[in-house]
Design a protein. Structure first.
Length: 203
């Protein structure tokens, strides 16, 4: 699979002579695109979008493979491809971003997270990570995360690695609560809430 140049000559996909792509019936490439935008498209819509971008959509490819093809070609042509997913560590040194909408199942559009990125930010399995991809290099099967923009919704530069749970100090109660004449109910979160008004008596 490859990108079809607007003039069909095998040259660069972008025009260097200053001619707008609209004259050739080709949709201009966006400055940036988010993976979620591609995930939200139906297969027919995705194929149409690929045709607009002059990306060949092979009929034997699955929808997930077509998404991966689109991401790869746009990144190679200078488009900023943005992603947000949940990190799953594949080993101690690297991991992949998986997608909640697909129940975190592995897929061809998963994003490789290299060891340098994981070490720099102290990332762990389950972290929600957003960032920018880089174009794939020779023989690379997956697109890779090049720049981390946010972690758990926090700007990457403000992120600090939380302490491991086993390293936290337990806090024990230092005050007795008398429940002899109190009433309570269980809130939606499952936490008992003490009230002064009549309610179901706790057992």
């Amino acid at each position: 699979m490859g990108a079809l140049p607007p003039d069909g000559s095998g040259g660069p996909a972008r025009h260097e002579a200053g001619l707008p792509q609209e004259r050739h019936g080709v949709e201009p490439l966006p400055e940036r695109i988010h993976l979620d935008e591609l995930h939200e498209l139906s297969t027919a819509q995705l194929v149409k979008r690929m045709q607009d971008f002059r990306i060949r959509a092979h009929p034997d490819r699955t929808r997930h493979q077509l998404v991966a093809d689109t991401m790869r070609h746009l990144a190679e042509r200078g488009v900023e491809v943005l992603v947000e997913g949940v990190l799953e560590m594949a080993s101690e040194n690297h991991g992949f971003l998986r997608w909640p909408r697909y129940s975190f199942r592995p897929g061809p559009e998963d994003v490789y997270v290299p060891s340098g990125v994981i070490r720099r930010y102290g990332l762990q399995s389950g972290n929600l990570v957003a960032g920018r991809l880089r174009p794939a290099r020779d023989r690379e099967k997956f697109l890779a995360l090049e720049e981390v923009r946010s972690i758990e919704g926090m700007p990457a530069e403000a992120w600090s690695v939380p302490k491991p749970f086993d390293s936290l100090t337990a806090t024990f109660p230092n005050e007795r609560i008398i429940l002899e004449n109190a009433f309570c109910h269980v809130s939606a979160s499952g936490v008992p809430a003490i009230e002064s008004r009549p309610a179901r008596r706790c057992s």
